[in-house]
Design a protein around this ligand. Structure first.
Ligand code: GLN
Ligand code: ZN
Length: 759
């Protein structure tokens, strides 16, 4: 019989119960036991949901109090020395110290580094290893969770991050080779597998997501060594699990490894099915990921069923499992809770619970059974309403995109000419100062917004509040002598949501939370239809702010790629097509800003880099359309209107030509923490336009001195032309408080003045 399986369930809870439990514990308002009780309750609830949705087996050890990679490091005792004392005394406190740092009379521990999990918006903690690293089992979390499920009468399949991916996702602090630690790590895996077997575990899901990345011969050798070591030990069956892309040139390796099953992602890479079927050894079980674990749309069952049937015809039902493409960590829990969405949109959504139901429906259809949970007819009808909906398809938007000419993505003149015209018009000093956009979102600002949203503050009163905040912000910038001002972004809840709420084609869920890291969740907008801008979105605030001052006021927009990247995107057209629609809507906004007298406009693209595909070979195609979309947004204005962009959290070395191709007149980047190292890429490339290397680390309440900032600017000035350099913080100031902002920005202006007088 073909089994319905699942690779992982969101653990945060439909109502973010885990978040609230964690934060109460961290505030000291609840005990470790209370936290563990809630965690256990969530595990049980989630298993029950999956069973009810029709899963034959449920995953376990997919639960984590903070992060599943940290769990593995902790389980293997890969705990850096600085945490050890605390971890030995109080494992839970030690665990959270690795996750988020700890500061008290006795300890001052920074957290492990955090980084993005492949191309998702989930962030994992990077295990810190060294050449003298040893590993041993510490606790028995996977076994305990297996037994916990068993006690409820469920046969669960523990999820383990595989040894090679574990090492590849870790870093060594001494520069030694991570993979050299493999031989020391394998015995611990073998011991763990033995314990799971002894507890009765039949299958283990061993994740090796790095198998869909570019891997070299040394990497291949590591997989071979690792899985050869597991070949003849007493252990449960292993399903080697890959996701987020095609195995591609790692396919032969993957099928060669002596395991019992292989999971492949047929959502991102449906074309790999035939190659996988051809290469799969006899006896090996195949698990097909045919329901999208990365997006929130209902599956096209009429496409999924034939795909699965093709495998069924070749392998028979007993060697086949069907599952979502990857762990459901990346989607919210239950779409039926979204009762305030228009009912048609709601009926198109599939969150974690619905995704398991869809897998069930696929397997039932395969077996010719009438499904208890979902039927192909209902699914078909839903797809039908979506593919014909007037909400989704607006011919005039498609026509406009189709009629775009190459010139729409080009400024009228090249940068050197624009520069002269902008200089003539603006007459800015050397080393002009500006900020990235937002000013402190204080408690009062958030409170006013919350009250307005809940109806406790009238539109007029809220508006008056924002007017006053904006004015204060403008006056402050004038007072300290900033050259290009901003309005402060007090009216914005979030840099994507604010625009999504004003654009057609976006919907907002009530409970559509997904974990970003630890207890932090995001609620991405849902782009369901053709994107249009019914009315100007930001003109009013920029215009008002400009009316207060003779200094240039910078208009502030979130760029098309970032809007796309931080939303759930429609799956019925290519991402590039959706991005072009957003770009056109924003282009209209840029033109309206210019018309309203705003002659400096910043289009933020902090997420441009994170949109890079996982395989190098796919980078250029993405970069080409991403840059084109930015240019469509930016190119509708006169030569003497100055376009800025801002990109933080980016490394630029390998994408610098595309960044240059964006052709913004000014780019501001984050550089203060790397002491200007991130600027190297621009220097090497001889980047021709203007650059504002951040001199103020806005992630920290620390106030940098004038000397410090002057020194950073001198560093930048030494490698760039002085006329190229702008002076600004690393990023927006929304998370900072006013006192430190005042002091630091005044010091930043002073640093710019010092520099001017020294050239
Ligand atoms: N303009 C935005 C701000 O200042 C930019 C935020 C970002 O780059 N993440 O808040
Ligand atoms: Zn930023």
């Amino acid at each position: 019989m073909t089994l319905v399986t699942n690779l992982g369930f969101p653990r945060i809870g439909a109502k973010r119960e885990l978040k609230h439990a964690l934060e109460a514990y961290w505030r000291g308002e609840s005990s470790p036991q209370q936290l563990q009780d809630i965690a256990k309750d969530l595990r049980h609830r989630h298993w029950r949901i999956q069973r009810e949705a029709g899963a034959d087996s449920v995953p376990c050890n997919d639960f984590s109090l903070y992060d599943q990679v940290l769990d593995m490091a902790f389980l293997f005792d890969a705990i850096p020395d600085r945490y050890r004392k605390l971890a030995d005394r109080d494992p839970l406190e030690g665990y959270f110290a690795l996750a988020r740092g700890a500061q008290n009379d006795e300890f001052d521990l920074r957290a492990l580094e955090m980084t993005k999990w492949f191309d998702t918006n989930y962030h994992y903690l990077v295990p810190e290893l060294q050449s003298t690293q040893t590993f041993q089992l510490r606790g028995d979390k996977p076994v305990a969770e297996y037994l916990e499920a068993k006690a409820l009468g469920l046969e669960a399949r523990p999820v383990l991050l595989g040894p090679v991916s574990f090492l590849m996702l870790a870093k060594t602090v001494d520069g030694s080779d991570r993979l050299a630690l493999l031989d020391r790590l394998l015995p611990v895996y073998i011991e763990l597998l033995g314990r799971l077997k002894a507890a009765g575990t039949q299958w283990v899901q061993i994740d090796e997501p790095c198998l869909i990345l570019d891997q070299d011969a040394d990497d291949h050798a590591a997989y071979r060594r690792a899985y050869a070591a597991f070949a003849n030990v007493d252990r449960p069956k292993l399903v080697l699990t890959t996701y987020f892309g095609a195995l591609g040139d790692n396919l032969n390796l993957a099928v060669d490894l002596p395991v019992d099953g292989l999971h492949v992602d047929l959502v991102r890479a449906p074309d790999q099915l035939d190659a996988v079927l051809d290469a799969l050894p006899a006896e090996r079980t195949l698990s097909l990921g045919v329901v999208d674990g990365r997006n929130i749309w209902r599956t096209d069952l009429d496409r999924a069923v034939p795909l699965v049937r093709r495998a069924h015809d070749r392998l028979g039902g007993d060697r086949l499992q069907v599952a979502p493409s990857c762990s459901l960590l990346h989607v919210p829990v239950d779409a039926t809770l979204e009762t305030s969405l228009p009912s048609d949109i709601q009926s198109w959504l599939s969150f974690a619970r619905q995704k398991v139901e869809e897998v069930r429906a696929i397997v039932d259809a395969l077996n010719g059974l009438v499904s208890s949970v979902d039927t192909l007819d209902v699914a078909r009808e839903r797809r039908e309403t979506r593919s014909t909906s007037k909400r989704v398809h607006k011919p005039r938007v498609a026509e406009r995109v189709a009629s775009l000419e190459a010139s729409s993505a080009r400024r009228r003149s090249a940068y050197p000419k624009r520069r002269v015209l902008q200089e003539e018009r603006m007459r800015l000093p050397l080393f002009p100062t500006t900020t990235i956009g937002s000013f402190p979102q204080t408690h009062e600002v958030r409170e006013a917004r919350a009250k307005h949203k809940s109806g406790k503050l009238s539109d007029a009163a809220y508006d008056a509040f924002l007017v006053a905040e904006t004015e204060k912000c403008v006056r402050f910038q004038e007072e300290i002598g900033i050259d290009v001002l901003v309005h402060g972004e007090f009216e914005r809840n979030d840099m994507v949501e604010y625009f999504g709420e004003q654009l057609d084609g976006f919907a907002f869920t009530k409970n559509g939370w997904v974990q970003s890291y630890g207890s932090r969740c995001v609620k991405p907008p849902v782009i369901y239809g053709d994107v249009e801008r019914p009315a100007p979105m930001t003109v009013r605030w920029s215009q008002y702010a400009q009316s207060l001052t003779d200094k240039p006021m910078k208009g502030m927009l979130t760029g098309p790629v970032t809007v796309l990247q931080w939303s759930f995107v429609r799956d019925d057209q290519p991402r590039a097509a959706t991005c072009r629609q957003i770009a056109l809507a924003l282009r209209d906004e840029v033109i309206d800003l210019e018309r309203a007298g705003i002659r400096v406009i910043q289009i933020d693209e902090p997420a441009l880099r994170e949109g890079l595909p996982l395989r190098r070979a796919d980078w250029q195609v993405y970069l080409d359309w991403a840059v084109e979309c930015f240019r469509i947004t930016a190119s509708g204005v006169a030569d003497d209107t100055q376009i800025h962009t801002h990109m933080c959290y980016s490394e630029f070395n390998d994408i610098i030509d595309s960044v240059a191709a964006m052709d913004a007149d000014v780019i501001s980047i984050e550089t203060s923490r790397s002491r200007m190292e991130l600027l190297d890429a621009f220097v090497k490339f001889r980047y021709p336009n203007e650059i504002g290397p951040g001199v103020y680390d806005i992630h920290s309440p620390r106030v940098p001195s004038v000397d410090e900032m002057t020194e950073l600017l001198e560093k930048a000035g030494a490698v760039l032309f002085p006329e190229q350099v702008w002076v600004n913080p690393d990023c927006g100031l929304k998370t900072r408080g006013w006192p430190e902002t005042r002091t630091t920005l005044a010091a930043m202006v002073e640093a710019a003045r010092r520099l001017r007088s020294s050239v």
